[in-house]
Design a protein. Structure first.
Length: 255
């Protein structure tokens, strides 16, 4: 284990939206930030805009070769990783340009296309776990390390069981976040006696490409809770938090 003098972070899906805001805030706090992006040109633009100690890194979390190359790059340049922020996700794999209501309507369990469901889960669940597993050796080399995974209140079974909730369960995106929560709670238990903490965080109803920019919160507002968690080193492992307006004063989101 290495006692590092510089904090090093990787943010997936960081060239836009919430991921970009997280990467920018980490850079402002003195982190060396690897700005993960599937498209290397977009990653370079984002890293240039962020400035400071930020570096673009090509990373497609559904591509094992891309993941391996990113691990080797950070291993050779930094030697360890202090913070992994799993932000990359997709909301659907169907016809582009649909409204959020159209997407959710098509993702009902009775009619959801299985191929689309598989593609969304491949990114949101399996890809997120794959990139996390790949970077665990570098996280273990830090004195204190954390994994922060951007989830969603749509994945909360408790909130979805409430008939008063206007945005209840869908079998594709929402359920992928439930599965993600389960996998990363399992990881928190698995790593409980190590140097690595695991956190899940919901940004809230943020206007991003995930919901056709129909969310009620700006990306700056929606990034506040993920940024708080990304910068907090004293939260208990296994936490699931969200914005106070629906999570309450303690920011705890029910599973």
């Amino acid at each position: 284990m290495q006692t590092e003098t510089k904090k090093v972070a990787l943010v997936t899906g960081a060239n836009t939206g919430v991921g970009y805001q997280i990467a920018k805030s980490l850079a402002d706090e003195g982190f060396t930030v690897y700005v993960g992006a599937r498209n290397p040109d977009k990653g370079e633009v984002a890293a240039t805009e962020i400035g400071k100690q930020s570096k673009a890194i090509q990373l497609d979390i559904t591509d094992s070769q891309s993941i391996d190359a990113a691990v080797k790059k950070i291993q050779s340049e930094a030697g360890y990783l202090t913070l992994l922020v799993n932000n990359a996700a997709i909301s659907n794999a169907g016809k582009p340009g649909r409204t959020m209501e159209e997407v959710l309507g098509a993702q009902r369990a009775s009619i959801a296309p299985i191929d689309e469901m598989k593609k969304v889960w491949e990114t949101n669940v399996f890809g997120t776990l794959a990139v996390t597993q790949a970077f665990l050796p570098l996280l273990r080399k830090a004195e204190k390390a954390r994994i922060v995974t951007v989830s969603s209140a749509l994945g909360s079974l408790t909130l979805n069981a409430n008939p008063a909730n206007p945005y209840r369960f869908d079998a594709v995106y929402g359920a992928s976040k439930t599965a993600l929560n389960g996998v990363f709670l399992s990881l928190a238990i698995d790593l409980a006696n190590t140097n690595i903490k695991v956190h899940l965080v919901s940004p809230g109803f943020t206007a991003t490409a995930l919901n056709n920019f129909q969310g009620t919160d700006t990306v700056e507002e929606g990034s506040m809770e993920p940024i708080r968690v990304a910068l907090s080193e004293d939260l208990p492992t296994g936490s699931f938090t969200g914005p106070a307006q629906y999570a309450g004063s303690d920011n705890i989101v029910p599973w």
